[in-house]
Design a protein around this ligand. Structure first.
Ligand code: SF4
Length: 495
């Protein structure tokens, strides 16, 4: 234990103590904003979408939607969307009404401060002069506000507050044919996004020109599938074909796949947090398996910041792989010191202050028999505001851990994201305000170390030839891949 006396462990009595309200109970954990899914020419596309969206549920737990094209009924659109988890929104009867062999689906987190979550549930559906249009996106369109103002001045009436709606308006207002209009619309967008656009006879898939957000193509039977992550492919028996590259536009029509571009690729910048935290361990992004990358992060962390201890444990679920890597590298046994209750789901019955004082915990528990009397290395993926880390360290102390050494599989998170991840302002990011030692005190840990920038890049192990190994690390290194955001941050830093 460090010389300094660790403050007496107290029960956490503040807000959001393990309440189990989806992921939002960890109020300072980052939130992915969406998962997208597209099916083309596969029978019973809605049921397949339902299962695939289940696999993408971790990317958005607030709402879900599926839109199908009924090719036997004049290619009409059928859709259903609702607030809640995929299993709460859909049942057998609803899926049976979504007829057809083409579909796009979506799971979503609302961004912070969003008031009208219900009208922003995707896919967004529109009717315009050439037929129906469904649009689903993952990510953020930075210049959506600007485009929206311009279009409103020209008479457009928006139905939602979603960035995604500008894509539909740009297409609908164009006098060009649909494909040209879609390309021109996508070319106007700045930001980090993966998008699916479905019409009565086509399905388009694209990612932004930096490739911030993942999107993959697979084959299922004689048809095709697009998904935010490959984990959905296993679920529905699809085989992986390839990742969509930055600035690329894939067009499915009849059963033909065309590979086109809407923009030249710029500096490749896949979001590093996908590898660190967001993506499911069984997914691969750009050929790299997430579980393996996280294990390497744990190994690297052990090399960079070894600490003698009795057990290593990981904060479930995202840090289990890294904890295994840390244990393998150090020889310190990996133990299940923390358990997540997977069945809390969304609950609106929160423990009262009195119940909290009695130690009622719903979402995460420490395993007393495992941690009691032990020196524990606790591996986590990131520290955003610091409140979650304090809570988890205290959980371990309450269960009898005699030392808690925190190791983080990413560098200090110091800058906000503009590319689709809902992050607090810089002033609320603990690493932007405090030194590592100050953070250690704040989270009540005996020691604290972060993975270095280089260690993180090496652990992911992507292409060495390109800058930052083709990753965006802006929230760690302030090097925003888009010029405008770089300038914006330089200006705000100099104020
Ligand atoms: S700023 Fe961070 S969270 Fe945002 S895209 Fe880049 S790496 Fe991902």
């Amino acid at each position: 234990m460090s010389d300094e006396v660790i403050q007496q462990t107290k029960l956490w009595l503040g807000e959001h103590y393990n309440e189990g309200n989806g992921r939002s109970e960890f109020a300072d954990k980052l939130k992915e904003e969406c998962g997208v899914l597209g099916i083309f020419n596969v029978p019973d596309a809605s049921t397949l979408s339902y299962y695939a969206l289940h696999a993408l549920q971790h990317r958005g737990e607030e709402s879900a939607g599926i839109c199908t094209v009924d090719t036997k009924e004049k290619n009409r659109f059928c859709y259903y969307r609702g607030l809640g988890l995929v299993k709460e929104v859909f049942d057998k009867e609803k899926l049976a009404e979504l007829k057809g062999d083409r579909a796009i689906g979506h799971v979503r987190y609302p961004s912070s401060g969003e008031e009208d979550a219900a009208s922003n549930i995707q896919p967004l559906i529109f009717r315009y002069r050439d037929g129906d249009l469904a649009v689903a996106t993952n990510g953020s369109i930075i210049n959506a506000g600007e485009i929206r103002t311009e279009l409103e001045q020209q008479g457009s009436i928006f139905q939602t507050t979603s960035d995604t709606e500008v894509i539909a308006h740009l297409i609908a207002r164009s006098s060009a044919d649909f494909e040209t209009a879609a390309k021109e619309a996508l070319a106007r967008l700045n930001g980090g996004f993966a998008v699916l656009i479905m019409t009565n006879d086509k399905l388009l898939a694209a990612t932004d020109r930096h490739g911030f957000r993942p999107l993959v193509l697979g084959k299922v039977g004689s048809g095709f599938v697009f998904s935010s992550e490959t984990c959905a492919f296993e679920t529905i028996g699809a085989t992986y074909v390839r990742d969509i590259t930055p600035g690329e536009l894939l067009i499915l029509s009849d059963n033909e796949l065309r590979e086109e571009r809407f923009a030249e690729a710029e500096r490749q910048a896949m979001c590093a947090m996908e590898y660190i935290y967001f993506a499911r361990p069984d997914s691969d992004i750009n050929g790299i398996n997430i579980h393996s990358a996280r294990k390497r992060m744990g190994r690297m962390l052990a090399k960079e910041s070894f600490v003698d201890a009795d057990i290593v444990t990981g904060v479930p679920d995202s840090s289990i792989s890294a904890a295994i890597g840390y244990a393998e590298q150090t020889g310190i046994p990996y133990e299940l010191g923390l358990i997540k209750n997977k069945y809390t789901g969304r609950t609106f019955i929160q423990p009262s202050q009195q119940l909290r004082e009695q130690g009622v915990k719903m979402k995460l528990s420490a395993v007393r028999k495992v941690v009691e009397g032990k020196r524990v290395v606790m591996i986590d993926d990131s520290i955003v505001r610091g409140t979650t880390s304090l809570r988890i360290v205290n959980l371990l102390r309450e269960a009898g851990a005699i030392e808690v050494h925190v190791r983080i599989t990413s560098p200090p998170f110091q800058n906000p994201c503009f590319y689709g991840i809902d992050t607090p302002e810089r002033k609320d990011l603990i690493a932007a305000r405090m030194t590592v030692e100050q953070i250690r005190r704040e989270i009540n840990a005996d020691s604290l170390q972060f993975l270095t920038h280089q260690g993180c890049l090496d652990a992911v192990g992507s292409n060495e030839e390109v800058r930052n190994r083709g990753l965006c690390m802006a929230c760690f290194d302030n090097d925003y891949p888009t010029e405008q955001q770089n300038e914006q941050m330089v200006t705000s830093n100099s104020k």
